[in-house]
Design a protein around this ligand. Sequence first.
Ligand code: PBG
Length: 326
Amino acid sequence: MLQRPRRNRKNAAIRGLAEEIHLLPKHLVQPLFLVDGKNKKNAIKSLPDIFQLSIDNALKEIEACMNVGVNSFILFPAVEDALKNKTATYSYSQKNFYLKAIKEFKKKFPECCLISDVAMDPYSSDGHDGYVENGKIHNDKTLPILAKMSVAQAEAGIDIIGPSDMMDGRVGYIRETLDGKGFSETSIMSYTAKYASAFYGPFRDALESAPKSGDKKTYQMNPANKREALVEAELDYAEGADFLMVKPATVYLDIIHELRQNFPIPIAAYHVSGEYAMLQAAAKNGWIDYAKCLEETLLSIHRAGADVVISYGSKDYANNIKKGKV
Ligand code: PBG
């Protein structure tokens, strides 16, 4: 036997030399759920160890993440029902606590990177990402609303706009609107291949944002499709996206690989609420080792080709590295 692959595994130092990929805290993004008010830290039943935070508590959480090297955050608002309406006007209202949060986070931590969520669902009385007319999602009437939301976020100081709505043409529409208002430096991370997934369940619990009727299959992608992800990616790339995102992550590793092979810009992948909740549920039953299974999961996403990994476990992973647990 001339080749004995085990020789490169014989001790930890050699395994370190032969290690092919490195997932560092700087590649990770921590999602944060925000609520209005003070000193709030509301548990989310289906998302263990993740909370809805008011701005004061979110600032502490950001600090804790940055202390272990996680510098990027993706922000989602939990909005009370009374503020929701058909056209999601609260999303760009100057009273929106989400916009205040962006300002305060950037003021206290100018070196952090903030990614927004652009979609109507947290603010829509219909619970859909787009404008609902006669029971249908009206693509072109949604675009100006998304653009207004994006401009308000850019004004508040967001680093990266994150359109998660899956309307056609929204990246170009948002890009042109931002440029027209002088925000040519605000980036766009497009949810490019976002599948109509049941793994978003706990997220919709966290925001109480589930659709009031129907599902999201007329805009989010069919889980059976791979070539279609290339169509979406070509459009978003041509329309000026700075990052392309695949979502969910672990059940779509082939899609991450496909986009990595075909596009030169950074690829992000979102390890979504249901994927995280499964790990936590098994770990809380004592069935798996959370730290190790989380590491293996996040590595698989990076190995498939994601430069950026968004996960509810980002802070935990970075803490585990620091403690020498992984
Ligand atoms: C909504 C949005 C969703 C997620 C991010 N943005 C849910 C949905 O499309 O219904 C899901 C994230 C997660 O499950 O962690 N525009």
